[in-house]
Design a protein around this ligand. Structure first.
Ligand code: NAP
Length: 262
């Protein structure tokens, strides 16, 4: 199986923590040059320095940017791409705050739309000329299982994830002729800062302890544990590899079997 990414250049967003950071690590292990994107410069610098470099001449970099400002993001990343084209894009950022759909105001929906759909779109448009020039590209969007089964008390998140999945499916059909695939990874409960935030929210909303909330969540996962970020990252790296060339337009759940739908 060809997993070799030597000579490929990846942009990994949300790469200072959690799933994004783990994805950057896996892509670097497969030989890619990796550029990390997130807001905190100090954390980016540390994450870039810790990335493996198994291939000769492998060069990692970072850029501090805020994906909640898609226009500025597009301009910033376009400049990077014209200096060194990218072949792989991992669209990933922090999740929207919790809460019921009915309680969220229009501003909360708009903010999520900017940070998720419009940011992803700005990044694809900035990187597309490079991928088309190479006739090879991989776009992997980190979304959520809520694309298929909405999750209680994540109303804004559920709504925006569906929009991103529809955008991605449409793009997968538009870009495939240029050797570019577009796929989604849907993480289940994964041990990151985001999961800590969800445990805190549910504990505050229900008045139950965090341990009790965690136990209820775990009871819904057939494999009986939360995922490690590296397990989600492995799926992202596979979809980014040459071996996955014929996988296009899918939403791959990595959830320990939690979803009930087929
Ligand atoms: N963990 C789970 O159980 C789980 C389950 C399903 C779906 N997901 C989804 O998967 C995605 C990643 O989750 P995670 O658990 O890895 O999250 P995380 O641990 O909270 O990490 C989020 C990353 O995104 C960056 N980020 C946040 N806001 C940003 C912004 N405005 N601009 C640029 N970068 C930003 C953060 O870095 P800076 O702070 O340095 O910017 C950090 O690197 C999220 O969309 C989450 O909702 C997670």
């Amino acid at each position: 199986m060809d997993l070799n990414l030597n000579g490929r250049h990846a942009l990994v967003c949300g790469a200072t923590a959690g799933i994004g950071r783990a994805a950057a690590h896996e892509l670097a292990l497969l030989g890619a040059h990796v550029t990390l994107l997130a807001r905190r410069a100090d954390a980016l610098e540390a994450a870039a320095a810790s990335l493996p470099r198994p291939a000769a001449g492998q060069h990692h970099a970072w850029v501090a940017a805020d994906v909640s400002r898609p226009e500025a993001l597009g301009t910033q990343v376009q400049a990077l791409a014209s200096a060194r084209p990218f072949h792989i894009l991992v669209n990933n950022t922090g999740g929207p705050p919790g809460g019921r759909a009915i309680d969220a105001d229009a501003g909360a929906y708009l903010e999520a739309f900017h940070q998720h759909l419009l940011a992803n779109h700005a990044l694809v448009r900035a990187l597309l000329p490079g991928m088309q020039g190479a006739q090879w590209g991989r776009i992997v969007n980190v979304i959520s299982t809520s694309v298929k089964e909405p999750i209680a008390n994540l109303g804004v998140s559920n709504s925006i994830r569906g929009a991103v999945a529809s955008w991605a499916k449409t793009l997968s059909r538009e870009l495939a002729a240029d050797g570019i695939t577009v796929n989604n990874v849907l993480p289940g409960y994964t041990r990151t800062q985001r999961l800590e935030q969800i445990l805190d929210d549910r504990s505050a909303t229900t008045g139950r302890s965090r341990d009790a909330v965690a136990a209820t969540m775990l009871a819904s996962v057939p494999v009986g544990r939360f995922a490690e970020a590296a397990e989600i990252a492995a799926a992202i790296a596979f979809l980014a590899s040459p071996a996955a060339a014929y996988i296009n337009g899918v939403s791959l759940a990595v959830d320990g079997g939690r979803m009930q739908s087929i």
